[in-house]
Design a protein around this ligand. Structure first.
Ligand code: FES
Length: 316
């Protein structure tokens, strides 16, 4: 864990704040590549993951942008109440959304706060002299984080904005005009990513050219829909069977019955709760597992995922 302090807070929009973080003793911070994130430990002990939203400059600052979620379980609300000078801890940067090759042309797609890991990618591509396009969807100009910064950036000619109140992005139109050798990077809500990638697949993009990162967690409406189903979990080693009621997660259900699976994010992105699955079909709601791991169906993230079958047998 690094000991950080909030050095500055900038209001991007009415519900998005940008936080400049520095080491509390002014030390240099570990560097990172575009697409990286840090896990921030808040004063309450909550841990949340945020993308680093600009390329390293002085080597002594990290910058994150945080949307205050109306349905927040506490993380974004708590962060929005903090003031300059507050001490925080954070884990060193990690990256599951790497810019595969800064010299390879790329299409960047972002929706809402999903712009945060995309900005350093655009900065890096510009710096490398690589051709790229950035397509950024938001509700309206006044609610668009980095609107002014992108307009005045050195790569503003590469940026196209889409405001849902006037014009939504048409992935078919954008992708039809692009070269299939370009890499595609998408960050935003699950349905936005799904729309972009399924259109790219239809148009013949090879899988290895498709890169995506969800918001910190799956969309709340997906979770809500999923949480309406009841199912059973069986513990393989003891044969005990428990009912997972609608609105309860597997980890919550097991914990109530004295079986503790370690968790951290409780949103499906950190990997802490990964559990082997012996039988049953998981309804994967995490953003941690790869497509092939989901397809194999031998692992589940029980902090958020549920069941498509009547029961799941966990290797516990
Ligand atoms: S606790 Fe983070 S993925 Fe389950």
């Amino acid at each position: 864990m690094m000991d950080l302090v909030i050095k500055d807070i900038i209001s991007e929009t009415s519900n998005i704040k940008r936080f400049i973080l520095a080491h509390k003793s002014g030390l240099a911070l570990p560097t990172y590549q575009p697409g990286a994130h840090i896990v921030v430990k808040l004063p309450s002990g909550l841990e949340r993951q945020y993308s680093l939203c600009r390329l390293p400059t002085s080597g002594k600052e990290y910058e994150i942008a945080v949307l205050e979620e109306p349905n927040s379980r506490g993380g974004s609300k708590e962060l929005h109440k903090l003031t300059v000078g507050t001490a925080l801890q954070a884990k060193t940067p990690q990256n599951h959304f790497l810019l595969a090759n800064p010299k390879a042309s790329a299409l960047l797609f972002a929706a809402g706060i999903g712009i945060t890991p995309i900005i350093p990618m655009a900065q890096m591509l510009k710096k490398s002299g690589t051709d790229f396009q950035l397509h950024y969807s938001a509700k309206r100009a006044q609610q668009t984080a980095f609107f002014e910064a992108l307009h005045s950036s050195t790569y503003c000619d590469k940026v196209t904005f889409y405001f849902s109140e006037s014009e939504r992005i048409n992935f078919n139109r954008v992708l039809s005009g692009a070269n299939r050798t370009w890499d595609i990077y998408v960050c935003g809500p699950a349905n936005y990513i799904e729309a972009a990638l399924s259109e790219a697949r239809k148009l013949g993009w090879p899988e290895h050219k498709l890169h995506r990162e969800f918001f910190a967690g799956p969309q709340s409406e997906i979770l809500n829909e999923a949480s309406r189903n009841a199912f059973q979990v069986k513990i393989a080693s003891t044969g005990e069977v428990f009912d997972v009621e609608p609105g309860m997660t597997i980890t919550e259900t097991l914990e109530m019955n004295g079986i503790y699976i370690p968790t951290s994010c409780e949103e499906g992105w950190c990997g802490t709760c990964m559990t082997p699955l012996l039988e049953g079909v998981a309804d994967h709601r995490d953003t941690f597992l790869s497509d092939s791991e989901r397809y194999e169906g031998k692992i589940i993230m029980p902090c958020c995922s549920r069941a498509r079958s009547d029961a799941l047998v966990l290797d516990l």
